[in-house]
Design a binder for this molecule. Structure first.
Ligand code: DQQ
Length: 664
């Protein structure tokens, strides 16, 4: 409904909701001097927010319950060794993994850390480590990267910022990296956008979001970790709006613009969202926090992005979910296929609320209603509330952020894909983390209960030679080799049909299947598992199966699960190898379908058009370069399946430093 930016209007300006929410004017930002004396740190328990803070605390106390729901089961898996190959490692080596540095400073370190014990690290060779670098996923040239920050389309370019350590392949010294792209696939690295050079961000220029105003201004709000490690919110803006590359950024001299309100811990106040426009003529932003074990999202309003007012109550709170990082709130259309500007609201629209849970490092979302009257967001299904229900991705995927791409009227999601190897290997290879392939996000009109995530269409420009395997009959307990050109860098689509007789025969089950607690792809059932073996060597001692498993639940209903089994992904003993996944809704008449992007050490998998997604980081030692192969397998005990598969070898994306001789 309401596009806050009339310059890029897609909706009917006569619409009463648009009329109510489109601003006529904005207070100019750049020509206003900071109030005198605002260059120094404001008192952290300052008078500015005391009144509204007290109201907030009262409301929170009413919300908090120690007996809140627990985090969903499939996200808890953290075992290192499920089904892992027996690695004889009785050398009493100390794993000299550096001490954990994240929690003490706040956030974001690698979540996989090696267990100490009687094992030696795997002798990674340079050849193996070199292979792990991706061909078409976004990565800086070297060093550590984490959260996506401030994505936007401006001046004909997609801008992507990210949490970056310019000095090492581990978390620390965080600044903002910056790259631009015309197509979200090929990227040009630009100079660092913001470094930690002020008292209010000297311990880190942390995560933030961009807001585009209708008069062309660009607002960047980000969290700074101050000289005393207090989390505050800061404002920045481009130095020169006529530069489409937005190379230079100015930090507002009056920073910080927000400090933790009373009742909120100094280290629990971070990651401002993109702003949305409210019918009262003000902008609103949300910031993640917690009170005791209740994850919450605070909301502020502002007219000029310099002065803010805490809104009474919270956007939403879920007991038991802990600190909410990188909150995201955006509308999805119930009818149209296009994305919506962040300020849209009204009939025909639902709102997705996402929180990244610091406690388990997973991104949870829920679909609900964002009331223009109360200002609260309510989940459609309280059993699938934020943090206890659906996840964007059941593998490795965190601190994500969406933006509205006004260039192509779509909403795009990015997620940080960390490493699950040992930190010493990261240091040796000189880099850590990749970003997911940008994914479009839409409401799933068929199920009405979830979103659909799908790689942006532009990724197809990297497809080269294709192979088709039509209607392959794969009997129970068999594996078939698929001859492909480049099994380490591929785009794959696959459809599976289960033999109808077997479907009729299936007996009742008295146990609920779970990807996580099952024996992975080795556990056989009547109707699964079946799917693809990726990054497998010839003897298949290394392999990463991505598969469906169909089971009749205790309620007599057939349920389909989509899982990835990393337990045999590598012979190395010092990498995380998990089995994970979740159920995937299948509508009557649909075939089971998956799409998989393989790019060296990352595998991104999407089932049923993106209803359930799983991203894996894998570190094979043998199934690399030309030795990697692709197989289709069926480990069901009684059902045959018919598989139709298409593969494309993928070119590498051109991701390199910007030089002024390049296209502008
Ligand atoms: N990463 C940032 C924080 C954010 C966390 C620091 C999430 O702002 O909460 O690098 O990974």
């Amino acid at each position: 409904m309401a596009d806050p930016n009339p310059a890029r209007t897609f909706a009917d300006p006569e619409d009463p909701i648009i009329a109510a929410t489109v601003p006529d004017h904005y207070t100019p930002l750049l020509d206003v001097d900071p109030p005198a004396g605002e260059n120094s740190r404001r008192p952290l328990k300052g008078f500015l927010v005391i009144l509204s803070g007290l109201v907030l605390v009262g409301l929170l106390m009413a919300l908090i319950s120690e007996n809140g729901p627990s985090v969903s089961q499939d996200s808890q898996q953290n075992d290192l060794t499920l089904n892992a190959p027996a690695e004889s490692t009785n050398i009493s080596a100390q794993f000299l993994e550096p001490a954990s540095r994240g929690p003490s400073t706040g956030v974001s370190e690698k979540s996989f850390r090696l267990h100490s014990g009687v094992r030696a690290p795997f002798p990674w060779s340079n050849t193996m480590l070199t292979w792990q670098r991706t061909g078409y996923h976004f990565q800086p040239e070297k060093n550590w990267m984490n959260d996506p920050n401030g994505p936007m389309f401006y001046g004909g370019w997609y801008h992507f910022f990210y949490q970056y350590n310019p000095d090492a392949a581990v978390w620390g010294n965080i600044v903002w990296g910056h790259a631009v792209s015309k197509d979200l696939i090929e990227w040009l690295h630009l100079p660092l956008a913001m470094v930690a050079d002020q008292w209010y961000d000297t311990n880190g220029v942390w995560t933030g979001s961009a807001t585009l105003l209708s008069d062309g201004q660009v607002i960047m709000l980000y969290t700074g970790a101050t000289n005393e490690s207090v989390q505050v919110q800061n404002l920045a803006y481009p130095a020169d709006l006529s530069d489409p590359l937005l190379v230079d950024w100015v930090k507002y001299p009056g920073n910080p613009v927000l400090v933790p309100p009373p009742g909120i811990d100094d280290k629990d106040f971070r990651d401002p969202t993109t702003a949305w426009y409210w019918p009262d003529g003000k902008w609103r932003i949300a910031i993640g926090s917690k009170v005791n074990k209740t994850g919450i999202s605070l909301v502020y309003n502002t007219e000029d992005f310099k002065k803010y007012e805490l809104i009474e109550g919270v956007l939403h709170a879920v007991p038991g979910t802990g600190m909410w990082e990188c909150v995201d709130l955006y509308p999805v259309s119930l009818k149209e296929d296009n994305g919506l500007d962040t300020s849209f609201n009204g009939p025909g629209v639902k709102h997705v609320l996402k929180a990244s849970l610091d406690d388990d490092k997973n991104d949870y979302y829920a679909i609900g209603t964002y009331s223009l009257e109360s200002g609260n967001w309510t989940p459609d299904n309280p059993n699938l509330d934020v943090g206890i229900g659906l996840r964007y991705d059941y593998g490795k995927f965190y601190a994500s952020k969406t933006f509205y791409d006004q260039n192509k009227q779509r909403r795009i999601l990015w997620g940080w894909i960390g490493e699950t190897d040992g930190e010493s290997a990261d240091i040796k290879k000189g880099w850590a983390s990749v970003q997911s392939i940008p994914r479009t996000v839409v409401f799933d009109k068929k199920t009405g209960t979830n979103i659909l995530q799908w790689p942006v269409a532009e990724i197809k420009s990297l497809r080269k030679s294709s192979k088709k395997f039509d209607k392959l009959e794969v009997g129970p307990g068999s594996v078939v080799t698929l001859e492909v050109e480049k099994a380490t860098q591929m785009d794959i689509t696959a459809e599976f049909e289960i033999d109808k007789e077997a479907l009729k025969r299936i007996g009742e089950s008295d146990v609920e299947y779970s990807c996580r607690t099952s024996g992975g792809s080795a556990q056989r059932g009547e109707l699964g598992p079946f799917g693809l073996l990726l990054l497998a060597d010839e003897g298949r001692c290394e392999q990463t199966p991505v598969y469906f498993y169909v089971a009749k639940g205790t309620d007599g209903q057939l349920k389909t699960f989509f899982c990835t089994d990393e337990s045999r992904s590598s012979l190395a003993n010092d990498v995380d190898k998990r089995i994970f996944g979740s159920t995937v809704p299948v509508i009557k008449g649909e075939k089971l379908s998956m799409r998989i992007l393989v790019d060296h050490s990352i595998i991104e998998s999407f089932a049923q058009g993106g209803r359930t997604c799983i991203t894996s980081r894998v570190y094979p030692t043998k199934a690399i370069y030309g030795a990697a192969q692709l197989y289709v397998f069926n480990n069901a005990t009684s059902a045959s399946i018919t598989a139709s598969i298409q593969t494309w070898a993928m070119k590498s994306a051109y991701i390199r430093p910007y030089s002024s001789h390049q296209e502008s």
